[in-house]
Design a protein around this ligand. Structure first.
Ligand code: KIV
Length: 280
């Protein structure tokens, strides 16, 4: 499969959907990880409000502020200047169309290429798009309001509502739609009926792309989630490394001769003589 040229614009994502090439997205919260995600060829770096529970030790997404997103967004942009960066409008930052636009402009001015907001907020979405902001929708589980992480759209009524919501957002002009924690069948139906790319998280195999929380794939998250795959055991690696460092410092194994610098013998002698004279 030939890969399409990478571009830092949303048209590229649409081209990938049309070419039936999967879109790869991953959350990103810091500079070193941004460097690696870009190097690995991730299509979209999400500076999501998942930063709150994954990095900042918050209880849930409602604690995340605009300042938090901006702080992490700036670091990610410093590390990834070629990639599409999608930033979340955090909880309560898009209560009115004007508030949403003001906050979206702040995110765009700090390196975001587009913004994402949760739910079907018609007036807000319309206003942002009229003002040339690239908006991604987010349906299914909405972490800013659904505090129980349960699968959404499992019955006919809920599924119908999600399909209608996706169609409304598409008509308003979103460039992409994130589908979180919905049944695979529903993910497939929405994707087949959507002209814009769908990106799933816990929404099955048939969305146009996938996004995961970087902490989950690296094994920083201490538990295993069904929706994610743990490719690395960072927790164990890091804990073992820190324990080994502690032991070596305590046992005086570190630093060793390899880690130290010395003075020239003549300089040292001069210094010792000077010290002795000073004391005597
Ligand atoms: O907050 C976030 O990072 C997200 C994605 C995981 C979908 O919204």
């Amino acid at each position: 499969m030939s890969s399409l040229p990478r571009k830092k614009d949303s048209e590229y994502l649409l081209t990938k959907k049309q070419a039936q090439q999967k879109i790869v997205a991953l959350t990103c919260y810091d500079y070193p990880t941004a460097l690696l995600e870009e190097q690995a060829g991730v299509d979209i770096l999400f500076v999501g409000d998942s930063v709150g529970t994954n990095i900042l030790g918050y209880q849930d997404e409602t604690e995340v502020t605009m300042e938090d997103i901006v702080h992490h967004l700036k670091a990610v942009r410093r590390g990834a200047n070629q990639s599409y960066i999608l930033a979340d409008l955090p909880y309560a930052s898009y209560e009115t169309p004007q508030q949403a636009l003001d906050n979206a402009r702040i995110l765009l001015s700090h390196g975001a290429d587009g913004i994402k907001l949760e739910g079907v907020r018609e007036e807000v979405v319309k206003y942002l798009i009229e003002h040339n902001v690239e908006v991604s929708g987010h349906l299914g589980l909405l972490p800013q309001t659904h505090h129980k992480k349960v699968v959404q759209g499992k019955n006919f009524e809920q599924a119908k509502e999600l399909i209608q919501g996706a169609a409304t957002l598409e008509q308003l002009g979103i460039f992409m739609l994130v589908l979180e924690l919905i049944p695979e069948e529903l993910g497939q139906i929405i994707t087949q009926n959507s002209r814009v790319p769908t990106i799933g998280i816990g929404s099955g195999r048939f969305t146009d792309g996938q996004v995961l929380i970087v902490n989950d794939i690296l094994g920083i998250t201490p538990f295993k989630l069904r929706l994610a795959k743990k490719y690395q055991d960072y927790q164990t690696l890091t804990l073992d490394t820190i324990k080994q460092y502690k032991e070596e410092v305590e046992q005086e194994v570190f630093p060793s001769e390899d880690n130290v610098r010395h003075m020239a013998e003549t300089e040292l002698q001069q210094l010792i003589t000077w010290m002795n004279n000073k004391i005597g």
